[in-house]
Structures are given as C-alpha cells and as structure tokens.
Design a binder for this molecule. Structure first.
Ligand code: RP5
Length: 167
C-alpha cells in the first residue's frame, strides 16, 4: 500500500499484521512530514521469498530507506540489510513473552559488516525511525528539511508552553 500518488521513497515493512499497532506510528510521522512511503507485511519466517524479492527490488523501485519492524526472533531487519545496500532501520516490536528484549537483541546484535540502525522498543522506536528516515532524505531535499525543522520547533514550543506538569 502506497501513502500518496508519488512513488514511495521509504518502505515500512513488518513481520506480521500484529506489528501494525506499533509500526503505524512510523507511517504516521512519515505522513505528517510529507514523505511518500509504502507499508507492507513481509515476514522473514513465513514469506522468505517475498523478503528476498522486496530487498532485491527496493533500489530500482526508488526506495531510499527501509524501516523494518519485527518482534520475537526478529530476523526481518537483518535479512533485509543482508540483501540490500539501502539503510535499514530496525524497530523492535514489544513481544508478549519477553517484553521486546528478544526483539531488541535480535535486531541490534548484527555481526560486523551488515549494519541495521536499531531504534527503541515499541512506539518510541517507530516514531524515531520515521524521523530518522526523514532526516536521511532531508540531506538532499530542502522541503523535507524544512518540514523536519518545523516538526522539531513545534515539539520544543509545546514543552516550553507547558512547563507545569500538574496542569
Ligand atoms: C514476528 O513474530 C512478527 O514480527 C511479530 O512481531 C511476531 C508475532 O507474529 P504473529 O504471530 O502475531 O503473526 O515475526
């Protein structure tokens, strides 16, 4: 699924539909900042051939950054990174059994040579993956740089405008 009529520049993928509750926060930041993106379930374990195809075709389809969310034995970000030179940002989804520690360690502990940029567990990681992907694109896109600057300025102002935590 593509978010706008423009060709997607960020691919948001996740290992299961059950990851959407977390990964929708990445998609929503990208939408807010005007980043064309696509969203798709690609499972390392249940659809390995699709995973390979997605990674192999991403560059030629114009994808510039991949955000991959997965939980448990979270192989998706690492396997995507193994099959594409695109930057891959991994979001550890909070698992039921181990609270996401399994996801975090699976994604973060990549052996030297194939990097995955690992974010925080859960919603914070998904939001920050969206922001980080935008920051990468903003290096060569003044409109996205301005959108990101404005987002950060709004966030700062919200804190400054609400100093009293009791109100
Ligand atoms: C992983 O297994 C997915 O990323 C998901 O977080 C986890 C559980 O998947 P479901 O059993 O909910 O489909 O591959």
């Amino acid at each position: 699924m593509t978010s706008t009529a423009k060709p997607p520049r960020v691919g948001v993928v996740m290992g299961s539909r059950s990851d959407w509750e977390t990964m929708e926060h990445a998609a929503s930041v990208l939408t807010e900042l005007g980043v064309p993106h696509e969203v798709q379930v690609v499972s390392a374990h249940r659809t390995p051939d699709l995973l390979f195809r997605y990674a192999e075709e991403a560059v030629t389809r114009g994808i510039q950054v991949i955000i991959a969310g997965a939980g448990g034995a979270a192989h998706l970000p690492g396997m995507l990174a193994a099959k594409t030179r695109l930057p891959v940002l991994g979001v550890p989804v909070q698992s039921k059994a181990l609270n996401g520690m399994d996801s975090l360690l699976s994604i973060a502990q990549m052996p030297a040579g194939i990097p995955v940029g690992t974010l925080a567990i859960g919603r914070a990681g998904a939001v920050n993956a969206g922001l980080l992907a935008t920051a990468v694109l903003a290096l060569n896109d003044p409109a996205l740089a301005a959108a990101l600057d404005a987002y950060r300025a709004r966030q700062t102002q919200t804190v400054l405008d609400n100093p009293d935590p009791r109100s």
